[in-house]
Design a protein around this ligand. Sequence first.
Ligand code: NIG
Ligand code: FE
Length: 405
Amino acid sequence: MSAPAPGGISPAGDLLLTNIGELTTNVAVDGDPCGTVQGAAVLVRGGHVVWAGPSDRVPDAGGGVDVVDAGGRAVIPGFVDSHTHLVFGGDRAAEFAARMAGEPYAAGGIRTTVAATRAASEDELRQRLRAFVGECRSQGTTTLEIKTGYGLDVATETRLARLAAEVTDEVTFLGAHVVAPEFAGRADDYVDLVVGPMLDAVAPHARWVDVFCEAGAFTPAQSRRVLEAGRAKGLGIRVHGNQLGYGAGAALAVAMGAAAVDHCTFLTDDDVIALAGSETVATLLPGVEFSTRQPYPDARRLLAAGVTLALASDCNPGSSFTSSMPLMIALAVREMGMTPAEAVWAATAGGARALRRTDVGVIEPGAKADLVLLDAPSRVHLAYRPGVPLVRRVWKDGLIAGPTG
Ligand code: NIG
Ligand code: FE
C-alpha cells in the first residue's frame, strides 16, 4: 500500500477509503434499504468500486492505491440529481422577488428565459453550464440529468442538447416545455414542430424525452403525442406533471411506462395507487415548493402506498434556482415527512432508479466510484444541519471532483 498522495489524488482512480464511521451503500440488508455499515472501508480500482464493507475485512489493496483516512466521518454515494434545467441564459430574480411579494408562479415565466437563452451566445451558455456543473459537483452531485426546453426552436433546442451532452450522458429533450412564443394560440402546430424537425435534430444528442403536461403548457393528448414520437426515436420517457394542480401527468406517465413523473405535488388517490403498482418513479422537487410558496407534496402518503421516490433539485431560473441536493434532503425531511435515511436514499438510489441506472447511487462492487465524504459522523446531519456545507470531498469515477477551493 502506498503512502497517501498529497490530497489523495490518484490519476488512475485507485483509492482505499478507510476509517469510515458510517457508510451508506444502498445495498439493502435486514430491513435497512440504505445498507448501512458502521466502521467501514471502500476499495476502488480503475474508477469502480471493487469492495465495500466492514474495515476489519478489507482485502489487501496491493500497491499503487491512494489511502484516504475518513477520520470516522460518514460516506454516502454521490447524489444523483435526476432533474435539472441547467442550460439557459439570464435569470429571473425580479420574478422571484415579485413572487415573494405575493405574485403567483405561472408556467408562462418560462418564455422570459427562452428569450434570454436565444439571445445568449453558445460560449456564454457553455461557460454558465460548466459553472453550474462545478457548483453541483462541489455539493456532492456526481450524476446529473440536464434538460433542454429554453430554446423552443430547432436551432436553439439542438444547441442546448449538444451543450448538455458535453457534460452528461443524461440529456433530456424538453422541446415541449411550453408553446413557443411564435406559436401563441397554435399549440398543435407547435407540437407538429416538436415531434417532427425538432425531435429529428435533437434526438441524436438525447437519451430522454420529456413534456410539461399541465394547464398552461400541454394537454394530455398533446403530451402523449410528444412522448410517443420520442419513444419511436428510441428515447426513454419522463414527464413533468401534477405541479400546479391535479392533472393527467402522473396517470399518463404510468400508462406509458415512463421512468419518472416529476413534481407530483397534486396527486389523487388513484394517481398514488397507479404509481405504486408501476415502475415509474415519483420524483419530488421540494426546491420548487420552497421557491414558489406552494404546498409541499406529501411524501409519507406516497411511501405508505409503496411508491418509489426520488429527490431532485429541478435547478432552473424560474421555479427552483438551487443546485443543492443537501437542501433537498433537508426540505424533504422537515417539510415532507421523510426520515433522513429515506431522503438520502431518494437523493441517491432513488435518482438512479429514476434514470434507470444501476451503476450509480449505490456503493457495491462494479458500481462507479462516485463517493461523498461528509464532514459529519452520519448522513442524518444533512437534514440536521441545514445550510451547512457538509460535503468535504467528492470522488467521481474514483477521481476527486470537489469541493473546489
Ligand atoms: O420544472 N415545470 C416546468 N418547468 C420548470 C420550471 C421552469 C421555469 O419556470 O423556468 C420546472 O419547475
Ligand atoms: Fe423541471
